[in-house]
Design a protein around this ligand. Structure first.
Ligand SMILES: O=C(O)CCC(=O)C(=O)O
Length: 210
């Protein structure tokens, strides 16, 4: 069954409130991933709406090996403490739906715009692991499909050899949720792509961000 928020016209975004396509994978350690392909439909109008409303910027001075570089993507940020809920009306129902399913109060949303195949984010784990032990991070992807990769955290694996990485192809309307100890035991990245790619927006819901 698809629930339809009342914001848009005929192709308004709707999401699978029963999470029928969701499947959970237990990862080694005490981490898990839930992946719901096609969770959102009407992603085109959501993409357009967010592009109109958000201000994106490029972070600079990001350490990369022995250099400081410009981050190869654009970002924007919404937080409950600093912004009005109605600044992003299309996401209000989605935020509450995720809160209900994952039992977390998602108080901030990060937006990452990968303009083309050359934009990417390097291997990392989310920084708010320093204040939350069992973080749930929900990523809703709209626009071009990009691979989302995960590998065991290299610091934990030191001396044990390099394990294989796991890959999900995150397409238009797909939802991927990381939970348990993912931000401690695992790292994730979105690599550059060789093949030409149009824009992709990842909408990343986090809780207890301080
Ligand atoms: O764009 C994505 O799917 C991942 C985003 C991410 O890992 C981050 O911003 O920390």
């Amino acid at each position: 069954m698809f629930y339809q928020p009342s914001l848009f016209g005929s192709d308004e975004p709707s999401f699978d409130s029963l999470f029928l396509s969701a499947s959970r994978s237990e990862l080694s350690g005490s981490s898990w991933i839930e992946y719901a392909p096609g969770w959102l439909s009407g992603g085109d109008s959501l993409f357009d709406d967010l592009m109109d409303r958000l201000d994106f910027r490029q972070r600079t001075g990001i350490p990369m090996y022995d250099r400081l570089v410009d981050e190869p993507r654009l970002t924007s940020w919404w937080s409950e403490t600093e912004s009005d809920e109605m600044a992003l009306p299309a996401l209000a129902d989605i935020r509450w739906m995720l809160a209900d399913r994952y039992d977390r109060h998602f108080d901030s949303i990060g937006f990452n715009l990968y303009r083309d195949q050359n934009d990417s984010v390097a291997w990392h784990a989310d920084r708010h692991r320093t204040c939350v032990t069992d973080a749930v991070v929900a990523i809703l992807s709209v626009g071009e499909s990009r691979p989302f990769r995960m590998r065991r955290n290299r610091e934990l694996e030191y001396g044990k050899g390099v394990g294989a990485s796991l890959t999900w192809g995150l397409g238009h309307g797909d939802l991927l949720v990381m939970g348990g100890a993912c931000q401690h035991e695992w790292q994730h990245c979105v690599p550059k792509r060789r093949r030409a790619a149009g824009p992709r927006l990842s909408i990343t819901f986090r809780h207890d961000v301080r």
